[in-house]
Design a protein around this ligand. Structure first.
Ligand code: ATP
Ligand code: MG
Length: 285
């Protein structure tokens, strides 16, 4: 039986979370020895550890079948690969920054300016669409020092907290795109490999759903049951069980993490008691 080859970052900001995702999907990966490829003992997958820059090309060529990397690298490399699912980690923004004493009005500030970046393609496309002419200076790293050494007037780079900008006398003036980790795939997988991708995606879905949802249990007075149930969306409808104490019921359901606090407050106001909120390990819809 063939194995699916998945490329993940060897070492860097994506490595740990990529391995964690596979682990949460029940896929065992041994990372003890510093091997650059390893097979899972319990899932038909082989992991290749690579530099993130190389992943789009390898997936396009079929050296790897699928890969995990930042959308920013996928857009910049612009290879012929399929983007199959955002993964919700390694979030970051690609921003334009200028020396902090400069007065900034709008994008026209950048007309005929020189901008240093490691993402020339994304930046070039952005300004082309805006009809603004800029000079792009491509550099591999340490982009933030470019203005202070006279290499460029501005920079375009990944910003997470902005503290690196500040220490280099820069300020962020525009966010061009937001990026997160994504799963990409070769466009010509055979049926057998596609079936393994589908199995993997099914598991990823269950892991992601579980992290976005909570299991909630509460006790409610029977006269308020209807109102309380109306507040709880749930997967289907909530489970309602009678309590030993007369006139009370126990309600069990699943709610979205982001609506959680709102709902809890309303439930309490309606007389709900003994509210328990539990983590869900896996969730299959
Ligand atoms: P490699 O050696 O594999 O080429 P790298 O130095 O290019 O690694 P990292 O710095 O490990 O890459 O970042 C990998 C990805 O993590 C980025 O491309 C981006 O998608 C994401 N990321 C999230 N937050 C940040 C951040 N604060 N700075 C840089 N990258 C970030
Ligand atoms: Mg890289």
């Amino acid at each position: 039986m063939s194995k699916l080859k998945i490329a993940i970052q060897k070492s860097g900001r994506l490595s740990e979370k990529s391995l964690e995702l596979l682990k949460d999907c029940g896929i065992k990966i041994s990372t003890s020895n510093r091997k650059l490829r390893t097979e899972s003992p319990n899932f038909p997958i082989e992991v290749l550890f690579l530099r993130d820059d190389d992943i789009p090309q390898y997936v396009e060529q079929g050296v790897a079948d699928i890969g995990i990397l930042g959308e920013n690298e996928v857009w910049e490399k612009d290879k012929n690969v399929a983007q199959i699912r955002q993964l919700g980690f390694a979030g970051c923004k690609l921003c334009l920054a200028i020396p902090k004493d400069e007065i900034y009005t709008d994008l026209s500030y950048f007309q005929d300016k020189k901008i240093a970046t490691s993402y020339p393609r994304i930046l070039g496309k952005f300004f082309q669409e805006k009809g603004i002419n800029v000079k792009i200076e491509e550099i591999g790293g340490s982009v933030e020092i470019a203005p202070s050494i006279g290499l460029a007037n501005a920079i375009f780079d990944i910003v997470s907290t902005g503290s690196t900008l500040l220490t280099n006398g820069l300020k962020q003036v525009e966010t061009v795109v937001e990026s997160q980790a994504v799963l990409i795939s070769n466009k010509n997988l055979d049926a057998e490999k596609q079936a393994i991708v589908d199995r993997l995606l099914f598991r990823i879905e269950a892991v992601k759903q579980s992290s976005e949802n909570k299991y909630i249990l509460l006790n409610a007075p029977n006269e308020k049951l209807e109102e309380i149930i109306a507040l709880l969306p749930g997967m289907k409808s909530p489970t309602v069980l009678p309590l030993a104490e007369k006139g009370w019921s126990s309600i069990h359901t699943v709610i979205k993490e982001d609506t959680f606090w709102d709902i809890i407050e309303q439930l309490k106001a309606l007389g709900a008691e003994g509210i328990l909120v539990l983590e869900i390990e896996k969730m299959i819809l």
